[in-house]
Unconditional design. Sequence first.
Length: 323
Amino acid sequence: MRLLVTGATGFIGSEVTRQLCAMGLRPRVMIRRPTRARFLDGLDVEAVHGDLTVPDTLRSAVEGCDGVIHLGGRAVFEPARALAPTFIGGTRALAEAAAAVGARRFVFGSSLLVHGPSPEPVVADTTAAPVIDYGRVKLQMERELAAMPGLSVASIRLPHVYGAGDQLFANVQRGIMAVPGRSNPAFSHLHVHDAARVLIAAALGTWEGARGIGDRDPAGWDRFLGELQRLLPRLVIVRLPAPLALAGTAMMRLVRARLETPDIFTPDTVRAWNLPLWVDPALLWDELGLEPEVPDFTVGLKRSLDDGVDRVWRHSVADRRRV
């Protein structure tokens, strides 16, 4: 089966690409900025240029493929007007191109943030009710994709995905990290290794629909970070009061808006951090015929520190090279 991976140089997309190559499947990877291709060095891939905001580049990118794992887009918690060109316009154009060339399977990397805060676990029939724009645009595209003729769609609502080299571990490497508040309600996590396995299983299978997924222990952030500090006693974690973090990120957002540059830390980042939001730990795994290989955050954090010894990745927002 020939798969196109968008967002292949991103944090999750690069792991998906590595696993596909390890399976002997030579994926086609869509890359917008050629300098980002270095994150796939050593992998047997077919690299093509494509830009979600330029629909004319998408048909040739997907032509000859049987399916798509779509992870491309503006991966920051910004207002809908900033997210729409890639997440809405780009996803729509890519899906239309896929249907036009006969690539019937379409796996959409959605987000658990299509749900709002809840003290109860998200289950199969939990109503989606997003409270931040990132979740709203993801939900809009889930619904458009599900109604698109000619496509078999699986929307995987990913929780907090972590692993060596992600933004959290970039801060860990600096020895100090600031977090927006003290939050201990249950929150679902998933190691990037298992996130990639889920996306690939969905692409190679026949399951259709939209579901959230998480590991076996939806740990609140205090437990998650407490385990990280146990493993790294010298790590300094500064817990900012949530109202102060909201005010600070709102001011930063005004500055960034004038500069027209994206930012990882926004008011919606703070809101998302403090949500109680967790998935029934059994949800979706059985339907895909999988078990998590990284069962919980205690195993995942140790694995991430081991992996981080020799793995380097950089968020596209922090990567200032423009081509």
